[in-house]
Design a protein around this ligand. Structure first.
Ligand SMILES: Cc1cc2nc3c(=O)[nH]c(=O)nc-3n(C[C@H](O)[C@H](O)[C@H](O)COP(=O)(O)O)c2cc1C
Ligand SMILES: [Fe+2]
Ligand SMILES: [Fe+2]
Length: 394
């Protein structure tokens, strides 16, 4: 994709990765992604804001060549993860006079991850500004969106916020700005769930830091730019501040149908009580969808048979991930089946230690569910209903 002008002398010079299907060897990318880099030319200085993934070195360099960029004074590294900084060594070879700007944490990571010499790096403090002549940049430290090093760069005159991972979405698309809010909402929520949710408390303080800025455009380093920033700011406020919803997330697996029968019955039981259920068969699920469902669910009920004494390994994976993502969940329980005995409940419970959830009595049965087992599932559904009511979620 060729350079695209945002404003006079401000360009998108990034790369669109239509084909990538996995990020960090973990996160599914159903819609690809983009690595947005930006070039800002002031009357006195030229800066490049972020670079691109190392696999996309050529498109970035081609864009700089097309714009006839002979000198870059500074490369601003808002975040040192390689999808944004990985091309920096190449850029520094092509533009040997360029210096790198990062937060103090960013400097440390640049030296260790990319072996950038210390003398090349200038650190900036929160609130520090830099004049490019007719344009002014302000650096806003926003730690933990996504790593401890992250910052946003604000271009005052144009009121553009270059936010890197913050407000990003893994979406490859030809439109520069958001055109279809529903599509972008889904991708941005998925991105938030996978990348941002574990740092919810710090995100609140980062949103506070942006509160008084006048922002016309948010230009993240993944996905389309927001020329109506309130759309994504409001979504982030909802995801971070709002109480969870009257929803049960139900990741499960079943080898021979017993747990599946329990899940089928239990889902109906919850639905009859007016509770929304998001059910995921972990035999083949997109973990991004599961993460997204966890953003605003009040309860999780894990369904698993006992296998080799504990939960099914796919369930271990999903529970481990849920615990690491630290969603707003308030209640948790377990349903499932065993043949002779084991420690399935104990093992799952131990894996939920990050979550501030109340554990509701599990329903773990021998073999295929029988009449009393269905009654126990109804009781658990009643319990969830009354807990959701107590918390004003219904
Ligand atoms: C590979 C395998 C390992 C199992 N290991 C255990 C075990 O360690 N303890 C136990 O109580 N049951 C064990 N079982 C029995 C299952 O937990 C039991 O059949 C259960 O009803 C299966 O539920 P499902 O139909 O939802 O898969 C094992 C079954 C399989 C297929
Ligand atoms: Fe990142
Ligand atoms: Fe990123």
């Amino acid at each position: 994709m060729k350079p695209r002008m945002l404003k006079a002398n401000t360009w998108w010079v990034g790369a669109i990765d239509w084909d990538r299907r996995l990020f960090d060897e973990l996160i599914p990318l159903p819609d690809g992604t983009s690595y947005n880099a930006y070039l800002v030319q002031g009357t006195q200085k030229t800066v490049l804001i972020d670079t691109v993934d190392p696999t996309m070195t050529s498109p970035l360099i081609d864009n700089l060549v097309q714009l006839h960029i002979k000198d870059i004074d500074y490369v601003i590294i808002n975040h040192v993860e390689q999808d944004h900084s990985g091309t920096l060594p190449e850029i520094l070879k092509l533009y040997p006079n360029a210096r790198v700007i990062a937060t103090p944490n960013g400097k440390n990571l640049l030296m260790n991850l990319l072996l950038i010499p210390e003398s090349k790096i200038k650190t900036v403090e929160h609130g520090e500004t830099m004049s490019l002549g007719d344009k002014t940049l302000e650096f806003i430290h926003t730690p933990w969106v996504h790593w401890p090093d992250t910052m946003c760069t604000y271009l005052r005159e144009d009121r553009t916020l270059f936010s890197c991972d913050f407000f990003g979405s893994h979406l490859a698309m030809s439109d520069l700005y958001v055109t279809d809010e529903a599509t972008v909402y889904e991708a941005a929520k998925r991105y938030y769930a996978e990348i941002m949710m574990p740092f919810r408390k710090i995100i609140k303080s980062n949103l506070e830091k942006l509160k008084d800025l006048k922002i016309n455009v948010i230009a993240p380093s993944h996905g389309p730019l927001y020329n109506k920033p309130e759309f994504i700011l409001e979504a982030y406020r909802d995801w971070t501040y709002s109480p969870p919803k009257n929803t049960v997330v139900l990741p499960y697996i079943s080898m021979h149908g017993s747990t599946k029968k329990m899940v089928e019955y239990f889902v109906n039981s919850l639905v009859e009580r007016g509770i929304t259920v998001k059910q995921f068969n972990l035999a083949d699920t997109d973990i991004g969808k599961l993460a997204m469902a966890l953003v605003d669910a009040a309860s999780i009920v894990v369904g698993t048979p006992t296998i080799l004494v504990g939960p099914h390994p796919n369930v271990v994976y999903a529970v481990y991930l849920t615990n690491a993502l630290r969603p707003k969940l308030k209640f948790a329980s377990i349903i499932g089946s065993y043949g002779w005995g084991g420690m399935m409940v104990r093992q799952i419970t131990a894996m939920l230690s990050n979550l501030k959830v109340e554990l509701l009595d599990p329903v773990v049965i021998k073999g295929y569910p029988k009449e009393d087992d269905f009654k126990a599932l109804d009781k658990l559904a009643d319990e969830i209903l009354s807990k959701h009511k107590e918390h004003d979620l219904i």
